[in-house]
Structure formats: C-alpha cells, structure tokens
Write a protein that binds this ligand. Sequence first.
Ligand SMILES: [Zn+2]
Length: 219
Amino acid sequence: MSDTLTRFDTRDLRAYVDILTLPSQERVPQAFGKTKVTRSIELPPLLTQLEDAIRSTMNPGKTAGSRMSSQMIPLDSDALYRFALISNAIQDWCRLAGIDRKHPVDGLRAWHAVTLAWTGYDPTWHVEQLRGWVSLIRSKVDPPRTLELTITCPTCTAGVWVNADGDTVPHPLVVQYRPDGVGSILTHATARCRACAAEWRGEMALRSLRWGTEEGEQS
Ligand SMILES: [Zn+2]
C-alpha cells in the first residue's frame, strides 16, 4: 500500500469529517470465558475530545503513562497547540468556502455540507489533512485500548502469567487496539502473550486466535 498514490473519494471525506465532528458509538468487545459480548459506549467527537484535553491535565484519569498528578498545570499546552492548529486550518477552509463559524466542529460540518455541491471535486488532499488530524488527536487523547482474552495461549498453552508484583494471575493474552471507526479495529491491533511474549499483529493473525470474528466487522 503506497500512501502517495492513494486517492480518496467523497465517502472517505464524510467518514473523516464524521469522526472529527460527531459523537461515535464504539463497540467494545468483551470476552468472559465462553461468552462474547459487544457493548456500545458513546464517545464525544474527536475534536471535542481534543478540546477537553486542553483542560484535563489535572485529571490524570485516562491519560497514558505517569503524569505528575501533584503538579497543578492549568492548561495542556500541547493539546492547546494541536487544537489551535486544526481550528485555524478549518477556519481557512471555511473562509475559502464563504462560511463563518466560530467553533471548528460547526465549521467543519458546514464546510463539508458546502463540498457536497462541488462537481468534479477530488477530496484527496482534504482527506489527507483530516487523516493527519485524526492521528494527531488520537496520539494525544486516545491511548490504545487493552482487552484481556480469557483463552489460553496457543503458543505456550499457558493460562496464567506472572505480573509486575510477582503474582501469578490468569489470562496471559492481551490485545491492544485503537478504534478509529474506519475499517476493522483488528487491522492495527496487536495481541501479546505475557507468559511467553509471543505476538500477533494485524487482522489475520488476530483472527487466528479465534477472537473478534464479529467485532471486526464494521457496521
Ligand atoms: Zn504464550
């Protein structure tokens, strides 16, 4: 797959505009022994998540890694910078399309509505920008999700592993994935056995673990 040759169409444009500007239903696969359940949770639009992150530094709940929680930082300047960068670009797009909107979520939606009337419009360049913003925001607000599988490891057959505290605990297999609403969540997922360090990367490999058959389908 060469990214430089990829052309995008208006469906891709809509998909990325929606990811950035609409709340999303995320299907969270959960495996309990023999039972597999898919639960839906609603997430705010990605742009809103980034805006929220500007002021969420004091709440170390979802952020990956160890932040100095005792240190009171009023603003996350990195989130602020990313949000300003994207907001300014959307404002430029709106200005060129003759739209005046204050907030980038409204702006991007209004701009997209205008593009629907453009004949012969090739959205490739805009889709590339939107994709870039999606990964820029994701790397900030969306650390990979983790799911423990309750099956034994097909490589070492272990059903337990030793954690950082030295305790022997069940479920050595763990999957990390990033839901992005486009394509299968399994495409960029990685499974790892914490007993033998075996790894499975990508959709085919993960399907071979007999997990995610339904979860991988995009509705
Ligand atoms: Zn193993």
